[in-house]
Design a protein around this ligand. Structure first.
Ligand code: G6P
Length: 617
């Protein structure tokens, strides 16, 4: 959710913050604002709408300064208005603050502060924070041992706050300084050349530095023009660890593409190569992972796996479940992280717990991880963003290594999660009863996946034509079976996310138990119909739709002998190993939804009401 940037240095903070906000816009894009501290005064511009809108207002206002904070919002409390946009300023005009997260006890704090004469301009939960800081500041002695009055006021405030936050604060009495803090919302410090940048996401600072400190929950960072220090809510000093970001700004730029979603779809062959690099055993018969922090024999002892995730990552878990049960014969359960965290699900000692999350910051997935750890389970994370909260809190894990994913609709992160799921299935299967030669066959199939995806991507022009034909419909069904049932769910999700067409995903045979009532010439169905054991059953389901005049797009494997006339449009994918099929089958549904959304004139990379990473409940 919301994006945060703060700058302390010698350059023009406003342009650096605006550039950062542009890169963070995928985290929230309903309003934006910037505040600079100049001459012991706060100068603020904030606007409902996109960052471009803010940039125009900032230029008109001639906003300038060398210390500032900026924010792009995804509304939680309070509608999308100029007043509710961040930064918020305390009623004594001493503090400006930006916030990502939710303050759960804001109503009590607001009542308390109103009683003390503080006033509020917005409907947000955030505004209580800057006023509570101002309240503590007014009471704070001028100097507190070793720490500044500014830092201590923020620290005192945060001790009274329930909820989640990533914040950055300016104070007029401390020119050139910013205080930041985090709890369950990401915050990263970029350590540049005579400058510091605070951001909720590395993409906002990577153009200026690749040296970063990942702040931990409960930490407060104090930036001054010359240095920075980190301490905890309990006033303990923290020695910072400076890490290096391994990707560069070019990785998060559009290049020749119109949208990030398009770029990321076409990046998938390389992304898959990166995700599998170095992860096969020397004998070529199994997978190997460097960061699991669990021995092969401990892994072998596990009798059950539990996977938790949200959104697209949850679909990847469902495919993983199918592959692990199919090849490794271990029972797997998959749950929505948001349900698991409150469900008090029984787990036994031989259960290994996995979370999957591209961003590593999804609050529900993080909460599920914490709940599992609280119950004493070892938790493994499949995650893309190095240094994310989930990566740091898990006991071990597997990085996806696909570089930054900017498009809100997940594509390359999804297929790499499918690949890693298939590799986990292989790893466990080879410990159990998969033979050496079957293992070699499986490994070779996975190694061939990037080329099969490359081949499938060559169908883009054809899929674009099909997309034009179907872009005017208002309802669509996606139907698949076995490992492609989760792909049907993913196809429906992709389409509704970016084109706002109502779509549902179902197991093809379940269609008769309800969704068939929707079928008419106005409701097309996308069928996954690969060659295989139940191909004829899938064709029967297609016939049932056809008999009711439902238009059909079939995604089938080459040479599948699909009866003539059963589908209105056919997209062929290469024949492949069962572990690779879901990866290859993902490509047509990504392209189809992308081209339909473009045809409908939708803002593909910033679909309405959505955010790339959901850091609030
Ligand atoms: C949001 C995004 C989805 C994503 C989900 C889980 O809802 O819009 O595209 O699948 O979060 O994200 P994660 O980062 O945990 O994989």
């Amino acid at each position: 959710m919301c994006g945060i940037v703060g700058y302390v240095g010698k350059q023009n903070a406003v342009s650096i913050i605006l550039e950062g906000l542009k890169r963070l816009e995928y985290r929230g894009y309903d309003s934006a604002g910037v505040c600079v501290e100049k001459g012991r005064k706060l100068d603020l511009v904030k606007k409902a709408g996109r960052v471009d809108n803010l940039a125009k207002a900032v230029a008109k206002h001639r906003l300038a300064g060398t210390t500032g904070i900026g924010h792009t919002r995804w509304a939680t409390h309070g509608g999308v208005t100029d007043e509710n946009a961040h930064p918020h300023v305390s009623s004594d005009e001493k503090f400006a603050l930006i916030h990502n997260g939710v303050i759960e006890n804001y109503a009590q704090i607001k009542t308390f502060l109103s009683g003390k004469g503080y006033t509020f301009q917005s409907e947000t939960d955030t505004e209580v924070l800057c006023n509570l800081i101002a309240y503590h500041y007014a009471k704070e002695p001028a100097r507190t041992k070793g720490h500044s009055r500014f830092v201590e006021s923020v620290r005192k405030t945060l001790r009274h706050v329930e909820g989640t936050y990533g914040i950055a604060v300016l104070c007029v009495d401390f020119p050139g300084e910013i205080v930041g803090a985090r709890k369950a919302s990401p915050l990263i410090l970029g350590v540049g050349d005579n400058e510091y940048i605070l951001a909720s996401d590395a993409s906002a600072l990577v153009s200026r530095t690749q040296n970063v400190v990942y702040l931990k929950d409960g930490e407060i960072v104090h930036l001054t023009p010359k240095n920075f220090s980190i301490s905890t809510l309990d006033q303990a000093d923290v020695s910072p660890v400076v890490d290096k970001i391994t990707w560069s700004i070019a990785d998060s730029e559009l290049g020749k593409h119109t949208h990030f979603m398009e770029k990321e779809i076409f990046e998938q062959p390389t992304a898959l190569e990166n995700a599998m690099r170095g992860r096969f055993s020397a004998d070529g018969s199994t997978a190997q992972f460097g960061g699991l922090n669990i021995t092969a024999s401990e892994f072998r002892e596990m009798e059950r796996f539990m996977f938790c995730a949200c959104g697209t990552a949850w679909h990847a878990c469902l495919v993983t479940e199918h592959l692990i049960e199919r090849f490794a014969r271990i029972p797997v359960e998959v749950d929505y992280a948001s349900e698991f965290r409150y469900r008090n699900s029984p787990l036994d000692a031989r259960t290994l717990f996995f979370v999957m999350s591209q961003s590593g910051e999804t609050i529900d997935t993080l909460a599920a991880l914490r709940e599992a750890k609280r119950k004493g389970y070892r938790v493994m994370a499949v995650n893309n963003v190095v240094g994310s909260s989930i990566a740091r809190e898990a006991d071990g894990g597997i990085y996806q290594h696909v570089g930054p994913e900017v498009g809100v609709a997940s594509t390359k992160a999804f297929t790499s999660q499918l690949l890693i799921g298939a590799m986990i299935a292989l790893y466990v299967a080879r410990m159990r009863d998969m033979s050496f030669s079957d293992g070699v066959g499986y490994v070779n199939a996975l190694k061939g996946a990037p080329d099969l995806v490359r081949k499938t991507l060559k169908q883009a022009a054809k899929i674009k034509v099909i997309a034009k034909k179907y872009a005017g419909y208002n309802d669509m069904l996606f139907l698949g079976r076995l490992s492609l049932f989760p792909l049907a769910l993913e196809g429906a999700l992709k389409l509704k996310e970016i084109s706002y067409i109502h779509a549902e995903g179902y197991p093809a045979a379940e269609m008769k138990h309800g969704p068939i009532a929707l079928v008419s010439e106005k409701c097309p169905s996308v069928f996954f119909a690969p060659k295989g054991e139940i191909f004829s059953k899938i064709v029967s389901s297609m016939q049932e739709i056809k008999a009711r005049k439902g238009p059909i797009i079939a995604i089938t494997t080459e040479g599948s002998d699909l009866p003539k006339g059963v589908a209105d449009d056919v997209i062929e994918i290469p024949e492949c190993h069962e572990a690779v099929l879901p990866i290859v089958a993902a490509i047509p549904i990504q392209l189809l939804s992308y081209y339909i959304a473009v045809e409908r004139g939708c803002d593909v990379d910033k679909p309405r009401n959505l955010a790339k990473s959901v850091t609030v409940e």
